[in-house]
Design a protein around this ligand. Structure first.
Ligand SMILES: Nc1nc2c(ncn2[C@@H]2O[C@H](COP(=O)(O)OP(=O)(O)OP(=O)(O)O)[C@@H](O)[C@H]2O)c(=O)[nH]1
Ligand SMILES: [Mg+2]
Length: 468
């Protein structure tokens, strides 16, 4: 599609290093259509499936997810201001967010106090750390008195670990009695909570290197005693597929009510979240984003979806594009352009669209993998002000001048310069830039230049965009 828009000219040269890039390549070979056709959707979804697998989503989950999306994507109208590739990414993203569940899921305290919460999970998944983080959060956010209890009598010093963390962070904890077994500790905790008026008891349990029967039985017994409002599975997002299988086993055996996903600050690509949600259909309520006490955040499906697709913020770009761009105007200027009637007025409206999208910087910051272009632009010292200056210059022109820039002679330039508060040389630059653009557009419309082939802004155009 020919796009005679300044911002989109730049967008066309952006470096899509990942998914969108692949999709664009695929779509360039497919026939253009006003809405996504089956061929496009199939080709796109193939890439999406790979992206999901790369993000550690379990194969079965990825497959199922793709099958769900397919019928929704076919026939979707493609916004004129974005490409089919971006459209597919947006559809997949929305679906991912939807699928990952609601954000701001509240913890359940709905019992006569104390409300008991039991944290379970594999060894090293982050249970103890999360127990303390959660205790702090419950105190701060819900203004409740918490008692922290360690039931990990198996790993040496595990109870001591919780005690130290609790003391450091000034949270009540049940004193350790050496040799006492988990069920007895649990009973003692219930008594202590009643005595000291705790609203919530958070139980940290022992981990295992794998799910085992004894561990599960113990959890079942504890649950029977305390009737928890929450049985929270603490799962390490870095373990990807394993985490999903573990989630399933835990859920089948001890019936999990919600999930805390830890180490979201790490390199994992978040696929575990999708798998886990898919397999257990239990809400992910919080995510661990670091080792410190405050590093526990409410789960935001958008962030995980972003991470899974590794898209930078293509999605907000698409959203901004659909909000900010006037489809009718776009269509008109595209037609104009095809007829060789692209004017400075059209150019002006593009400049304004670009401004709406947050200027050059704004547009660039939304794109994934554009670091190279950002560098390129920085080195070329493109001045943000160029947008406003060009706007002022065009606004100082008469209608005729905007439609037929070639009539702009020396005296007209002087008048425009005075009106816009700009130098004649800046006006010359703008006119040259405009001329170059129209020439480039003409070439593109005749299919002589493929803007996405090089993946970079051509030097000529870049030089023209330099203000100084
Ligand atoms: N970066 C990061 N580290 C975390 C996070 N959660 C826990 N950790 C770290 O992971 C390590 C293990 O955490 P623990 O809370 O002791 O894990 P656990 O599940 O209680 O381990 P066991 O009791 O041995 O089963 C610690 O070094 C924590 O600081 C997180 O969200 N991000
Ligand atoms: Mg522990």
């Amino acid at each position: 599609m020919v796009r005679p828009l300044v911002p989109l000219v730049l967008l066309d040269y952006k470096m899509f290093e990942n998914l969108t890039n692949k999709l664009e390549t695929i779509f360039s070979k497919l026939k253009k259509a006003p809405s996504l056709n089956e061929e496009q959707v199939d080709a796109g979804l193939k890439e999406i499936r790979l992206a999901l697998l790369e993000a550690d989503v379990a194969l079965s989950v990825a497959k199922e997810f793709i099958e769900k999306i397919r019928p929704k994507a076919i026939g979707q109208e493609i916004l004129r201001s974005i490409s089919p590739g971006q459209m597919i990414v947006k559809i997949v993203y929305d679906e991912l967010v939807n699928f990952l569940g609601e954000k701001n899921q509240e913890l359940n305290f709905n019992v006569t106090p104390p409300a008991c919460m039991v944290l379970v999970g594999l060894q090293g998944s982050g249970k103890t750390t999360s127990a303390v983080k959660l205790a702090k959060l419950v105190e701060k956010k819900y203004n409740k008195k918490v008692l922290l209890v360690s039931l990990d009598v198996y790993r040496p010093a595990a109870q001591e670990q919780l005690k130290i963390l609790a003391e450091t962070n000034e949270i009540n904890h049940l004193p350790v009695i050496n040799g006492q077994q988990p069920l007895d500790i649990t009973k003692r905790a219930l008594n202590a909570a009643t005595l000291n008026g705790s609203d919530v008891i958070i139980f940290d349990t022992a981990g295992r290197t794998q799910v085992d029967l004894m561990m599960m039985n113990e959890i079942k017994q504890i649950k029977a005693l305390v009737k928890p409002t929450e049985t929270i599975l603490v799962a390490d997002s870095l373990t990807g597929q394993i985490a999903a299988n573990v989630a399933k086993e835990f859920d089948n055996t001890v019936d999990v009510s919600s999930i805390i996903l830890t180490r979201i600050d790490g390199d994992g690509r978040g696929g575990a979240a999708l798998s886990m949600k898919h397999i257990t259909n239990k809400p992910i309520k919080y995510i661990g984003v670091g080792e410190k006490i405050d590093d526990l955040e409410l789960f935001h499906p958008e962030r995980i979806a972003n991470r899974i697709l590794g898209m930078g913020d293509v999605v907000s770009l698409v959203e901004k594009a659909s909000e900010g761009l006037d489809e009718e105007k776009l269509k008109k200027s595209e037609e104009q352009f095809r007829k060789g009637l692209f004017t400075l007025d059209d150019y002006l409206s593009q400049i304004r669209q670009m401004k709406k999208m947050g200027g050059m910087e704004g547009v660039m910051s939304l794109l994934p993998g554009v670091n190279k272009i950002k560098e390129q632009m920085k080195n070329a010292s493109i001045d943000e002000k160029i947008i406003s200056t060009n706007e002022a210059i065009i606004l100082s022109m008469t209608k005729k001048e905007r439609e037929e820039p070639k009539v702009i002679n020396g005296s007209r330039k002087k008048r425009i310069a005075a009106g816009a508060g700009a130098d004649i040389s800046t006006i010359n630059k703008l006119l040259k830039q405009f001329k170059m653009m129209t020439e480039m557009m003409k070439k593109m419309s005749k299919g002589k230049a493929n803007p996405t082939s090089s993946g970079a802004i051509p030097d000529e155009l870049l030089n023209q965009l330099k203000l100084k």
